[in-house]
Design a protein around this ligand. Structure first.
Ligand code: HEM
Length: 306
């Protein structure tokens, strides 16, 4: 037996002995175990069993699959942000590298939105969407989580909530609630009521957990210690602009493509006043206000270089 193998066996023996385990039994297990396959590792069968259109329109498969692809990228984005929040001590280099990964993911999402905008037949879309009422991407909890862990809660409010002391009270003023107003009745949409019932409490808890570790707070920490670099500032500005302007504009184009019909707009599945709610110039969401000049903030929502 080669020296390398003996060495490995010794290391294994020490590892198992430390836990009071018998190495020979584990080696026997290794002998019996099958080789790992690609399809088992990525759970291909399960993955491909998750696209279940509600209608027979062929283009609905594109719609459901693209939403799932987006949610998987959202998962990776949240995974990177959690590492930035937890790492101690945090360096600008680590922070920047993670932000660049996140920007790459958001870039891919923005660039691929054509799959939605021009990748489906409008007639099919307008038909199959009726089978999806009242669900809407508005209910994407991962998108809301990304917003909450990116900035201070107050930056997500539509107005200063002076008499709302707790985050739970402030949650009533969160900008997306103002958007989800039923056009006909001016009541909260069913889409929003269902979302709040399912996720409201957990989103408030998330905001509490990230009060001092959201991306904006962690950046301010480095800034105050004189450790923030220009690369980090650039990466954060790019992120802010990608999420709150560029992705939102790409998404808005899909709504215009399918739902805009002169002189009236087609009713959105979530029932919002989407034409006045969705445009970033109306929303004015900014995660890192200190990183933008007054002029840039005043022009927020109009495309400009970062
Ligand atoms: C043809 C494609 C799409 C159309 C026509 C569309 C339309 C809309 C509309 C009208 C709204 C406003 C809420 C409502 O009344 O329903 C909305 C919100 C939203 N949609 Fe989509 N959407 C599309 C694709 C997507 C995709 C692929 C995602 C990815 C997850 C997504 C995520 C969202 C999110 C996060 C919101 C809330 C945005 C905000 O609060 O600013 N949508 N969508």
């Amino acid at each position: 037996m080669s020296e390398t193998l003996t060495d490995k066996l010794n290391q294994l023996e020490q590892k198992f002995a430390a836990m009071g385990q018998d190495m020979a039994s584990y080696l026997e297990g290794l002998l019996q175990a099958d080789y790992l396959t690609y399809w088992d590792y990525i759970h291909l069968d399960t993955l491909l069993s998750l696209q279940n259109p509600k209608t027979a329109y062929p283009d609905e498969l594109i719609f459901v699959t693209y939403h799932q692809i987006t949610e998987l990228y959202f998962k990776l984005i949240l995974h990177e942000i959690a590492q930035i929040a937890q790492t101690q001590p945090l360096t600008s280099a680590f922070f920047t590298a993670r932000m660049q990964r996140i920007n790459r993911y958001f870039g891919l999402l923005e660039d691929s939105f054509g799959v939605m905008i021009t990748g489906m037949e409008r007639e099919q879309f307008l038909n199959f969407r009726m089978a999806l009422l009242p669900s809407s991407g508005f209910q994407s909890v991962q998108f809301r989580q990304i917003e909450i862990v990116s900035t201070d809660f107050q930056n997500l409010l539509t107005e200063p909530a002076d008499n709302a002391n707790t985050l739970a009270d402030q949650y009533d003023y969160i900008y997306w609630k103002r958007g989800a107003t039923e056009l006909a009745t001016q009541q909260k949409t069913l889409t929003l009521r269902q979302f709040d019932k399912q996720y409201g409490a957990s989103l408030v808890r998330l905001a509490e957990n990230y009060q001092t570790t959201n991306l904006n707070r962690r950046f301010q920490e480095l800034e105050q210690d004189g450790q923030a670099t220009n690369d980090l500032r650039d990466a954060l500005r790019e992120y802010d602009h990608r999420v709150n302007v560029r992705w939102k504009l790409a998404h808005l184009r899909s709504a215009v493509q399918y739902l805009q019909k002169e002189p009236d707009a087609v009713r959105a599945t979530g029932g919002t006043n989407w034409q006045t709610y969705l445009p970033p110039v109306q929303q004015q969401r900014i995660f890192f206000p200190t990183l933008w000049s007054l002029q840039e903030r005043e022009n927020w929502g109009r495309l400009f270089g970062t």
